[in-house]
Design a binder for this molecule. Structure first.
Ligand SMILES: [Zn+2]
Length: 350
């Protein structure tokens, strides 16, 4: 039995090809062109003691994500045998007998995000916020820590793109370390406040989308137009800030083929260039199992990315924190913690 009846499952079709053989058609949420992030997630159950074969067939994409399998309610991944067709259009998984959940990356859904938000709120003695509602009515949840009147605002965004789980893993550790710093140093909260929105696209995540929200839009192309309730909710919150509070940095967490930071090009202000030099330059190979590159890109007018909108609106460092799909998770977490701890010192010229 193969089923897609849980949050985060892909909306795929499954064909029975034999007693222990299934084919799953992995399709995007809307017609191409779409970023090739072919998300899949399903559960299975089998009787007897023989393996089960599942063939993943991709429509308009190539196999990208190595499967993660969890069984028996544990989050510890079970190693799986995978063979990918030469042209990448399909992959065959051999699953052990019994039952399990197989997904393209670890399942980090709205429930996990809510648990993270509660933890950060508790650590910093604050409460969660609901900034608005998604197309399907899911809350766009956030936490703000530091004093609500602190003049400098740091904005941390995540999960605009549903399958980009390694970015979410980095963000969890990043915010844990950030919240820990604020909890330990009350003075920090008088100078800085932080808005954390870990799941900008909860509908996309819950529905197993490759890219879009439930309005069939790429939210990271909607900053500027603000045609979608998810981006609009964050914009409205920013617009409601008193004039005494100014954003000073924005980091937006994503995943791609390798670890990199998209940063401002030569358009960056002097302070922005100094921040980059303090925070990232020279550290490209400094972290065990987390080397990265720095990719300067000037804002393309009307690109609609959060990076460009925050830069163009506030002239602040606005970086995209891209984590490789197949990254070492421990290395990612450790690097994110260190980078979180050094962000405010880097803003202050250290
Ligand atoms: Zn992305």
């Amino acid at each position: 039995m193969v089923a897609f009846d849980f949050e985060g499952a892909s909306r795929s079709r499954c064909a029975v090809e034999g007693e222990r053989a299934f084919a799953i058609l992995i399709t995007p949420e809307h017609a191409p062109p779409i970023n090739p992030s072919p998300w899949y997630a399903f559960r299975y159950r089998s009787r007897g003691d023989q393996n089960v074969t599942v063939r993943l067939k991709y429509l308009g994409a190539r196999h990208r994500y190595a499967p993660v399998m969890t069984a028996g309610g544990t989050q510890t991944p079970v190693p799986l045998s995978v063979s990918v067709d030469e042209d990448g259009s399909a992959a065959t998984l051999i699953l052990p007998p019994g039952e399990g959940i197989v997904s393209a990356q670890e399942l980090i859904g709205p429930e996990q995000s809510q648990a993270d938000l509660s933890r950060w709120a508790e650590m910093t003695g604050t409460r969660g916020l609901v900034l608005g509602r998604s197309h399907e009515g899911r809350p766009i949840e956030a936490v703000r820590f530091g004093d609500a009147a602190a003049p400098r605002l740091i904005v941390l965004l995540g999960r605009q793109h549903p399958p980009e789980v390694t970015g979410a893993i980095a963000m969890q550790s990043f915010v844990d370390a950030f919240a820990d710093r604020f909890a330990a140093d009350g003075d920090l909260g008088t100078r800085y406040q932080v808005l954390v929105v870990p799941m900008v696209n909860p509908d996309g995540v819950a529905n197993g989308n490759w890219r879009a929200n439930s309005g069939a839009r790429d939210l990271n192309r909607d900053w500027g137009a603000f045609s979608q309730p998810e981006t609009r909710a964050i914009k409205r919150w920013l617009d409601g800030l008193p004039g005494s509070i100014t954003p000073v940095a924005m980091i937006d967490f994503h995943s791609t083929g390798r670890n990199l930071f998209y940063v401002q090009g030569d358009e960056a202000s002097k302070a922005g260039r100094q921040f980059l030099a303090n925070w990232l330059e020279g550290k490209e190979s400094a972290f065990p199992d987390y080397s990265f590159t720095i990719e300067p890109r000037n804002a393309n007018p009307g690109s609609g990315t959060a990076k460009n909108w925050f830069f163009e609106t506030y002239r602040i460092p606005a970086f995209t924190y891209e984590v490789a799909d197949d990254v070492n998770r421990t290395g990612t977490r450790n690097a994110a913690e260190t980078l979180a701890r050094s962000l405010i010192p880097a803003l202050e010229g250290q």
